[in-house]
Design a protein around this ligand. Sequence first.
Ligand SMILES: [Zn+2]
Ligand SMILES: [Zn+2]
Length: 812
Amino acid sequence: MSYEPKSIETKWQKRWEEEQAFEPSRDQSLPKKYILSMFPYPSGRIHMGHVRNYAIGDALARYWRKQGVNVLHPIGWDAFGMPAENAAIKHGLHPKKWTYENIDYMRKELSALGLSFSKEREFATCDPLYTRWEQEFIIRMFEAGLLYRENSTVNWCETCHTVLANEQVEEGCCWRCDNPVVQREMPGYYIDIVRYAQELLDDLEQLEGKWPSQVLTMQRNWIGRSQGLQFRFELNDASKAKLHGCFDGYDVFTTRPDTIFGVTYSALAPEHPIVKHLIEHKLLDDEIIQRIQAMINMSERERSQAEKEGYPLGISVIHPLTGEDIPVWTANFVLASYGGGAVMAVPAHDERDYEFAQKYDLPIKRVIEGGELPYTGDGVLVESGVFTGKPNREAMKEIIAFFEAEGLGSSQINYKLRNWGISRQRYWGAPIPLVHCERCGLVPEKLENLPVTLPDDVEITGEGNPLEKHPTWKHCACPQCGGPAVRETDTMDTFIQSSWYQFRYATHPSKWETTGIDKEDSAYWMPVDQYIGGIEHAILHLLYARFFTKALRDLGYHDIDEPFSRLLTQGMVLKDGAKMSKSKGNTVDPDAIVERYGADTARLFILFAAPPQKELEWKDSGVEGAFRFLKKLYSRKEKVTHSVLPEIEHDALAPKGKEARAKVYEALRKSKDVFEKTFAFNTLIAATMEALNALDKQDDPSVWSEGMYILLHLLEPIVPHIASELSEELFGRKNLREMIPLKEEVFVTESVTYAVSINGKRRTEVAVPADADNETIAAIAREAGARWLEGQQIVKEIVVPGKLVNFVVKPA
Ligand SMILES: [Zn+2]
Ligand SMILES: [Zn+2]
């Protein structure tokens, strides 16, 4: 019978389902592996990127299971988010219905790929039971002061009608819809991720060598730690008076305190409270006020790309060391979100400050000797009071010490990382479980009232927040005083859900009703041993999940420091050189491939076409090739005569039989490294293909039986259906349940006979190991020809591989 993937695959998928073959054991004395591929968003259909992501994870899960290791390999659905609402607006479908229908459909698609997921641990993050615990975490964070409400300038996407976190703004544009982000002032909820900045930075060290270095670098840069001096610029008396006594000064932060004697002006962000005050009280010209308003309305990106622009504010501060008056400007390059929105400007030693000073004809004062201005290198200080003549690095420390001793300022560590804005003005998300009461203020909902669920009867139009507009939902009793109160209508950023799902899987489902994260189960399963997902999550999801892990640890939910021990970032799937996308029309539908060739072919191709970390170019011919290999593998079952691993006397075999065995065992030897270290499945698959070719060149039935026994064992994690089918028929699947030991005698290489010649005259022969290098061959030949070489000087040695060694000699 020929290879019919459909019937084989249906049969095995049914069998696995009946046997509940992939549920982990509850025996926590067993060695464990937690293999996790990032869970999908239920957008409607799976794409090739999913197939790749899950084929990699599945191969690892199946490999470890075969070693007798207790494997947790779960799947779930990252199910809140905007596309559900967009579908509602476009097609009038309720987001809940749309989401759960998509999940049902995609679950079938994934199961048609034969992925060995635990079924009992599956959940969707929009399940009320998941929300229940998430809301509890949010309340705990609120009580711990880790979550707070604040009025501030936020990133606002006009297209998505919602706020975005800094991490979700990519080059000034919305990460989802790619439209420019604008700045808006509004109240919102923030999580104090900056409190964990140092730990998030320090713990990257333990991930060194286990996470791609590129991801570690991106996280380091995003956290952006810098050390410097924070000090206060005091306003002079005239300026204080001008500002109606509302301000006496402001703080600035600098990483270059060594240049402080070169300060010639100071600049404030256009959003700075002092600038605001000047505008509100019309203390600036109308025209300037208009220009400043225009700067405020620009996104950070536009501002960073725009030409430097600024205006004098007609006020001055006092230089803390020289007592000189320093003019204050507002400038578009000063960002409100960094260092308090105020800077000291040293045009001689800072490119940005220099450009600005040039444009507005501000004084430039050199205080470090060195090259052309602006000079940003090291050197000796000049015109710097008592610090003159010192190397700038040394002076930096001394100046900080001086400020501290005089009570003028202090050494300060600053981070670029901003607190995580989690408010979204959308319907399809987890409600923030807080209540506004006129008497009690902002109070958390009582735990026994959780989850706060979404109302089903909403009208989703894309305009405004449906929860805000709902006639009754937001009205409730105050959890504290019982009086009339109003629920918060903001929902949570969906990145909250994916920040802790790894702990939810680890918690046994029998405990899901009574606990969010089980400590004991977490201690056993966590951290995830191998995490697999796209590089696009390098900052967003991976930083949030690391933060959540630490925050929930400190709130007493578990004892884990880092969620993901190892990370593999898989490359994209391309077609015709570009990322597959519907808009480009270059997608390949996984369902169609499975329908035509079977899941095993799809999995084999995707793991064979490139190493997982690299981009993969889709090739129809490659799929055909994968299919042909499986057909051939299937047909060779007829060669098998033994139902157990046969005993073979290696030396008695014909050379082709020996070669075939060597190839088979070479693949086996390679497999450990591939599954445990390199994940270079492509090289393992190539080795099994070579082995099958070598088996074809001989006809010893024992060698065939042994070869198939081992090759099916090796291929099972990659092509589980065909491997299970043949293994059952031929070996009662015994080959899939045991570790197969390497046989060293197989690797003893044959020897090759070399002629030994002296000055072209053949003198003798010698046997040389087939894998010896030229140097070894020459050495063996020298020894064999010793009696002819005596008293001669060797001028040249010529090794003709596989044939002879010739010595050119002359009398010594
Ligand atoms: Zn958007
Ligand atoms: Zn109250």
